[in-house]
Design a protein around this ligand. Structure first.
Ligand code: NAP
Length: 246
């Protein structure tokens, strides 16, 4: 029987590596993206799922900060692959990197809606399908959810919230054979990291015990472990080079 996974923010960076890992693991994958500029990237990923792993895929544009868009995303998944959803990966995220005096209400609301509310929306819409057969939910948090980071108050608040959501759902759905875990990446080379102040990035890099910024595969391999780890739920795993030891 084929297995289905939905991933939000699957077009680029960590999400792209996760999509390909899910294909390698034998999942048909619904690849969500938001920007018009990521349509081609996402469709290319769907083509790669077929050519490299013989899996089917579906690229769906949706702004997951909005409940209505999340609903359309889940409906598109069910229309294409049926009402069995085995894995949900909540990965979409943005950052403002702005001090908490100059930041606007619109800016921090967008971060909370994208990085936290979308996770609630997607869990709320997907769990009714998952309870039938069990499944796994992987939520991408951040070391920002485990420690304070200057100019990231909105981001840290959202990523801490993701950990609370993960633990609560893990308890609530454990008896339905649904495991819910979080990954809290350290600094990983993607567009997100390239988009923030590079002096701050270099300064933070010096504080990483392993001395290196991580790679997207460090995170997709962690996702693979958590999907397969049958006795692990409600946990936060943080591939971060030793910068935080929770
Ligand atoms: P990225 O390269 O900037 O990619 C972000 C992804 O999120 C893209 O696929 C983007 O879609 C999608 N996205 C953003 N807003 C969305 C929305 N409203 N609706 C749907 N999709 C949306 O970032 P990344 O570094 O891979 O980050 C992935 C996750 O890891 C995020 O949750 C981030 O917070 C977390 N993380 C990253 C790092 C790091 O150092 N990179 C560290 C810790 C945690 P489009 O392509 O359409 O824009």
């Amino acid at each position: 029987m084929s297995k289905t996974a939905i991933i939000t923010g699957g077009s680029r960076g960590i999400g792209e590596a996760m999509v390909l890992k899910l294909g390698e693991m034998g999942y048909d994958v619904v690849v969500n993206y938001r920007s018009d500029s990521s349509k081609e990237l996402s469709e290319n990923l769907v083509a790669k799922l077929k050519s490299e792993y013989g899996r089917d895929g579906l690229a769906v544009q949706a702004d997951v900060s909005k409940y209505g868009d999340c609903k359309k995303l889940v409906e598109a998944a069910v229309a294409k692959f049926g009402d069995r959803i085995d894995v949900l990966v909540n990965n979409a995220g943005i950052t403002n990197n702005c001090n908490f005096i100059d930041i606007t209400e619109e800016q921090y609301t967008r971060v909370i809606n994208t990085n936290l509310m979308s996770f609630l929306h997607m869990c709320h819409l997907t769990l009714p399908y998952m309870v039938k057969n069990g499944g796994a939910i992987i939520n991408t948090s951040s070391i920002g959810g485990l420690m304070g980071v200057a100019n990231q108050a909105d981001y840290c608040a959202a990523k801490s919230g993701v950990i609370g959501l993960t633990r609560a759902l893990a308890v609530e759905f454990a008896r339905q054979n649904i495991r819910v875990n979080a990954i809290a990446p350290g600094m990983i080379w993607t567009d997100m990291l390239r988009g923030v102040n590079q002096d701050e990035v270099q300064a933070l890099k010096l504080s990483i015990p392993m001395g290196e910024i991580g790679d997207v595969h460090d995170i997709s391999e962690c996702m693979e472990y958590l999907i397969n780890a049958k006795y692990v739920t409600g946990q936060v795993i943080s591939p971060n080079g030793g910068i935080v030891m929770p």
